[in-house]
Design a protein around this ligand. Structure first.
Ligand SMILES: Cc1cc2nc3c(=O)[nH]c(=O)nc-3n(C[C@H](O)[C@H](O)[C@H](O)COP(=O)(O)OP(=O)(O)OC[C@H]3O[C@@H](n4cnc5c(N)ncnc54)[C@H](O)[C@@H]3O)c2cc1C
Length: 406
């Protein structure tokens, strides 16, 4: 490393993306600074993992404690009104988990530190400048220089806001209302903890997630996609739909809420400038999708892995200032992101859910293809359903829009 830089790489954000990228780069001997404005452990929503994240966790040297995390064995989609349901069991070689994010994110950032990353918590990045010579990062406490910047700032989208490159995706979920429950002791909940499945309950305005966690706790959230009566957005909307669900009321009888109903709005966007001179975005800061298929942490760790691997080679070769460093890799990102995006769009097309999910049981091939997407197996090139998604009219329109925007 040349003396004119404080670090090889500065990473903004210590969520799954930032912790992954920083650990992989530190493992290769680079000098890395990770800055997070929070102090871990801290609350974060998003507890359900996908199987194909597991190879990344292996590379990071993460060890799963069975007391802390619940093995997840599948995903079940339920329509209580029609009585239809379908379960997609994960029986592959990779074991996913349901995680309490405070513990999981803390484990990931501590693991980064163990691998030699300098971790600064409770420090807020205020401004960054990337030019031909170097990256300069100004925080509320100091100013640092580096050869490269990774933006893993999540939905704060540090570089996206700076470049004015965030584009909302309008037709997916609009907002979410959620809480955690403890003492989930009703017999009706036993199956949830035995299978560790995530359950998606379809309702007329969107869907509920039900995610079991260790210690008989549940994360329950309502994602709203459609217009609501009088544009209701508050906790009473959650209560109304909760009370109308036989599954939820039975499973949560006698359980206690750990906190009041919280809300998250405006999710689903793309970032049209995911990489540029001496910087790259990964995780939510590169783009974020409605969480119906639990793809967030998976895409976060996969994009972080890809960015870190390319950057490692560039740093070794001394060509990290090349603007096209991530161009080819970005095509791979788009295959994964757009597959998931089109899949989510299909999910919100009510007729298609009924004609696709609930009939998948009749076709072994279709069920396996859907299972592949639900597992995060997005780059096999052999998934017919994924090919159809990517060839669809929607996909063509998406590509045209993206090429006009870039
Ligand atoms: C309602 C909802 C439900 C979800 N459910 C799931 C799910 O079941 N499964 C799943 O996989 N995903 C889910 N997600 C998505 C998941 O939470 C995210 O995709 C994931 O956290 C992305 O990781 P990340 O590292 O990119 O960002 P984050 O985890 O958000 O981390 C970003 C970090 O950057 C830090 N930061 C931001 N700005 C600054 C700054 N200026 N200076 C310093 N630090 C900064 C923040 O403090 C934060 O720690 C859900 C999301 C929502 C909204």
């Amino acid at each position: 490393m040349t003396a004119k830089f404080d670090y090889d790489v500065i990473i903004v954000g210590g969520g799954p993306a930032g912790s992954t990228a920083s650990t992989l780069l530190a493992q290769k001997g680079h000098k890395v600074l990770l800055i997070d404005r929070d102090l871990h452990p801290r609350f974060h929503i998003g507890e359900s993992m996908l199987p194909m994240s597991e190879p990344v966790f292996k590379r990071l040297g993460i060890h799963w404690d069975a007391q802390e995390y619940l093995a997840k064995n599948g995903a079940e989609f339920i329509d209580e009104v029609s009585g239809s349901s379908i379960r997609f069991p994960f029986a592959g070689q990779h074991q996913p988990y349901q995680v309490e994010r405070a513990k999981f994110d803390h484990m990931m950032i501590s693991n980064a530190e163990k691998h030699g990353v300098s971790v600064h918590q409770q420090e807020v990045v205020k401004d960054v400048n990337c030019d031909k010579e170097k990256v300069t990062v100004r925080t509320d406490q100091s100013t640092y220089s580096a050869k490269y910047l990774i933006d893993a700032s999540g939905r704060s989208t540090l570089m996206g806001r700076r470049n004015n490159s965030i584009r909302r995706i309008e037709n997916l979920g609009k907002f979410s209302l959620y809480t955690h429950y403890k003492e989930v002791n009703a017999e009706a909940a036993d199956m949830l903890f035995e299978t560790g499945d995530v359950k998606i309950i379809i309702v007329d305005i969107g869907w509920f997630w039900v995610i079991p966690m260790s210690g008989r706790r549940l994360s329950v959230g309502l994602v709203v996609q459609k217009e609501t009566e009088g544009q209701a957005r508050g906790p009473s909307l959650f209560e109304r739909y909760f009370e109308a669900s036989p599954l939820l009321t039975a499973a949560l009888q006698g359980a206690e809420r750990e906190f009041g109903i919280r809300a998250e709005a405006d999710f689903s966007f793309t970032n049209e400038a995911r990489h540029g001179l001496r910087y790259a975005c990964c995780g939510d800061s590169a783009g974020f999708l409605d969480p119906v298929f639990s793809s967030g942490v998976f895409l976060a760790v996969k994009t972080a892995e890809a960015v870190a691997d390319r950057l490692h080679i560039a740093l070794v070769d001394g060509c990290e200032a090349e603007v096209g460093l991530h161009s080819a890799g970005d095509d791979d990102y788009l295959i994964g992101f757009n597959s998931m995006r089109l899949f989510v769009e299909r999910f919100y097309h009510a007729g298609l859910v009924r004609n696709l999910f609930f009939v998948a049981e009749r076709s072994k091939e279709l069920k396996e293809d859907i299972l592949g997407l639900l597992a995060g197996d997005l780059w096999t090139g052999t998934n017919d359903f994924q090919h159809k998604l990517l060839r669809s009219r929607q996909a063509r329109q998406l590509m045209i829009k993206q090429s006009k925007e870039s």
